[in-house]
Design a protein around this ligand. Structure first.
Ligand SMILES: NC(=O)c1ccc[n+]([C@@H]2O[C@H](COP(=O)([O-])OP(=O)(O)OC[C@H]3O[C@@H](n4cnc5c(N)ncnc54)[C@H](OP(=O)(O)O)[C@@H]3O)[C@@H](O)[C@H]2O)c1
Length: 329
């Protein structure tokens, strides 16, 4: 084992309590959706993961289908656990999910008990772990009774295969119902994982109220709108950027003049705050105490370090917030 975690790893990170639970999450968590698959450079993935842990990031977010190919991001973390992180397992929160297409046939996706139980068993094998810390239903399933999905999550907690459970991409109404079912089963919903960024504010309308009322935490995914809310595309689409790659969900057609007009205006405010746009976009999410953690993605160690520095300036003046609202429209 040639990795020794930094002694200073808990000096600067901020930790926030997750809902009404016993655990705190780092204000910034790291997601392995992109850049940690078998198609990616393992040495780069290793560099990022080591640096993240050294910066106090204790929470690593995955899903069965992260890669590509599907499953390979979990294998990358499994390799890292074996090589570097085994002594630190009890300092880490490892989460995974099931719900998007993973294998062929009628049981390979969505949120039946069959899919969720089989998928978590597969994930544990890829991680080479006995349990994960958080297991999510990745998306609501229109064809499975909510009771069945929640009972499957409750079962997995009782089997010791996950410590906590969460839901992702559930509407406010679905969340309210899920939380009530889980309460009746005796397994609380720890956390909701919604998309939330300056460019996608749907959670502010109803979801946050439901979460607050029920003391459920939240972790905001794609906080940089997959890279749009950074300086990445200010001068076109650089080689190696997410929008330049064939796989993934950010495409050149998303980089419109209208979006770039907003990005430039936001970038000017970030500069006046002596922050990068990425740092400001993360700080802006953390302005709301109902956000337990912001779940970032990175392709390099430099991006990771840049984004984590957002924590040194989380304050916004009333004027800045008004101007940002106006730009976002
Ligand atoms: N629950 C769900 O349904 C769901 C869906 C999506 C994501 N997620 C989770 O959320 C995590 C984050 O999502 P995301 O990767 O879309 O997050 P994001 O933080 O919005 O975007 C990450 C991308 O932004 C660019 N970037 C990051 N930091 C930067 C910096 N400081 N300066 C300049 N550019 C920077 C990089 O682009 P380049 O690659 O171009 O360098 C990076 O890959 C995922 O890994 C996953 O865990 C969950």
């Amino acid at each position: 084992m040639d990795y020794l975690a930094s002694d200073n790893r808990y000096n600067d990170m901020v930790y926030r309590r997750c809902g009404n639970s016993g655990i705190s999450l780092p204000a910034i968590s790291l997601g392995l959706w992109h850049n940690f698959g078998a198609v990616d450079d393992f040495d780069n993935s290793q560099k990022i993961l080591r640096r993240a842990f050294d910066l106090g990031i204790t929470h690593f977010d995955l899903a069965n289908n992260y890669g590509p190919p599907v499953g390979s991001a979990e294998e990358t973390l499994g390799r890292m656990l074996e090589k570097d992180f085994r002594p630190y397992r009890d300092e880490m929160i490892i989460s995974t999910k099931a719900g998007y297409l993973m294998w062929s046939g009628p049981y390979g996706e969505w949120a039946s008990k069959k899919h969720l139980v089989a998928s978590l068993n597969q994930s544990l094998k890829r991680f080479k772990l006995d349990y994960v810390d958080i297991f999510y239903s990745h998306r609501p399933d229109p064809n499975t009774p909510l009771e069945e999905t929640m009972m499957a999550l409750d079962l997995l907690v009782r089997q010791g295969k996950t410590l906590y459970i969460g839901i992702s991409n559930y509407s406010a109404e679905q969340t309210e119902k899920a939380v009530l079912i889980l309460k009746s089963l005796g397994t609380p919903c720890l956390i909701h994982q919604p998309r939330y960024s300056m460019f996608d504010r749907w959670v502010e309308k109803e979801l946050f109220e439901v979460l607050e009322h029920n003391s459920v935490g939240s972790i905001a995914f794609s906080p940089l709108a997959q890279g749009l809310l950074t300086d990445r595309y200010l001068k076109g689409i650089p080689d190696g950027s997410r929008a330049s790659k064939a796989h993934g969900f950010l495409c050149p057609k998303h980089i419109t003049d209208e979006i770039m007009g907003k990005v430039e205006a936001l970038n000017a405010i970030a500069q006046s705050r002596n922050q990068s746009l990425a740092q400001m976009a993360i700080a802006w999410l953390l302005r709301d105490s109902r956000v337990t953690s912001v779940l970032i993605g990175v392709s390099t160690q430099a991006q990771l370090e840049n984004s984590v520095k957002s924590l040194s300036n989380l304050r916004f003046s009333a004027d800045e917030l008004i101007t940002i609202d106006k730009i976002l429209g």
